[in-house]
Write a protein that binds this ligand. Structure first.
Ligand SMILES: [Zn+2]
Ligand SMILES: [Zn+2]
Ligand SMILES: [Zn+2]
Length: 328
């Protein structure tokens, strides 16, 4: 229905006649609210922003001087509830030493804590597999603290816990949480075949590469992963072990792309390296014999898959060279 001047504006469902205190509280917890003056003798909680009757300073945040105003700083404390979150974050990091080893214990606690705050803000209970939520939720959660220097307010506090968190921030948290839930589903899914956009790897003829479903979900879907997995190649028949003036455009699988990178160019050395590497996983003795031939006086041509007559994509790399490989 087109919107005209006569179309009555939709104003939401009719108000319920009797809204309980509890319902009001639940509704208010979902929307931001303006800060209020900090009562005398109180400090704001550095995380949720409420006034705390406690002068123990847990952090001091400086506000850079702007224009003619001198630099100022604000002191914050922690309410008991946010202090408990810090304790659980530290416990999680202790229980997951690999995470702290990767990014350092302080950053690890900061991130886990931010994620726990984020969950609290959107009214979700702590999930058991926090590990899956961390990469999704941390970017959305890490600026929610009241003491965030970018949104620093001096002498004010939040009327309710997290009232300072904007609707946009809440939206981002909810979206990140949903993405984390999708990751959890993807974890139990079978791997996804990422097909070569041009049929098969120009070098080895591999038709597709498997990637974990969770990786595909995290990187934004099959197309995005395909762009990362299959390296675009623009070359000529000579570099692939054949002849001809035309250009050849295609894609290289990750293993062949690595060999090309190592060799510094598309050509026989890269092909030889790629076949030897492939064989070293399948049959080390054959790999050794091929290496000897490659370094010998009559090295094999090892033509790329793309230049053989009527190439068909294969599930196994270098299947078109099976005759050469079998006699090794
Ligand atoms: Zn707090
Ligand atoms: Zn952070
Ligand atoms: Zn390949």
């Amino acid at each position: 229905m087109p919107v005209t001047a006569n179309t009555p504006k939709y104003t939401g469902p009719p108000p319920k006649s009797q809204t309980s205190e509890e319902q009001i509280a639940a509704l208010r917890a979902k929307v931001p609210d303006d800060p209020i003056k900090l009562p005398p003798g109180h400090l704001a909680c550095e995380a949720c922003g409420i006034a705390v009757d406690d002068r123990r300073v847990s952090s001091t945040v400086a506000q850079p001087s702007s224009g003619h105003l001198p630099p100022r700083s604000a002191e914050f404390t922690r309410c008991s509830s946010c202090e408990a979150v810090r304790t659980s974050a530290a416990a999680y990091v202790t229980a997951h030493p690999a995470y702290a080893a990767r990014i350092g214990p302080d950053i690890a606690v900061e991130r886990v804590e931010a994620v726990l705050f984020g969950l609290e803000i959107i009214g979700q209970t702590t999930s058991t597999d926090l590990g899956l939520l961390l990469p999704r939720l941390h970017p959305a959660a890490h600026s929610v603290r009241f003491s965030n220097p970018l949104t620093l307010t001096i002498g004010l506090c939040s009327p309710r816990p997290w009232a300072h968190v904007t609707l946009t921030q809440r939206d981002e948290l909810r979206r990140a949480y949903a993405a984390g839930l999708r990751d959890r589903l993807a974890q139990s899914e079978p791997p996804v075949a990422i097909r070569c956009p041009t049929g098969g790897c120009v070098f080895c003829g591999l038709a597709s590469v498997n990637r974990a479903a969770i990786e595909v979900a995290r990187r934004g879907g099959v197309e995005a992963v395909s762009r990362a997995v299959w390296r675009e190649v623009n070359t000529n028949p000579k570099a692939l072990g054949s002849r001809g003036p035309e250009r050849i455009w295609g894609h290289a699988c990750p293993a062949c792309a690595l060999a090309i990178e190592d060799a510094g160019a598309i050509g026989w050395p890269a092909r030889a390296q790629a076949v030897v590497t492939y064989l070293s996983h399948k049959s080390p003795s054959r790999a050794q014999r091929l290496r000897a031939e490659v370094e010998g006086d009559f090295p094999p041509v090892l033509p790329a898959w793309r230049v053989i007559p009527s190439p068909k994509p294969s599930r196994e790399p270098w299947a078109h060279l099976h005759k050469v490989i079998d006699r090794l």
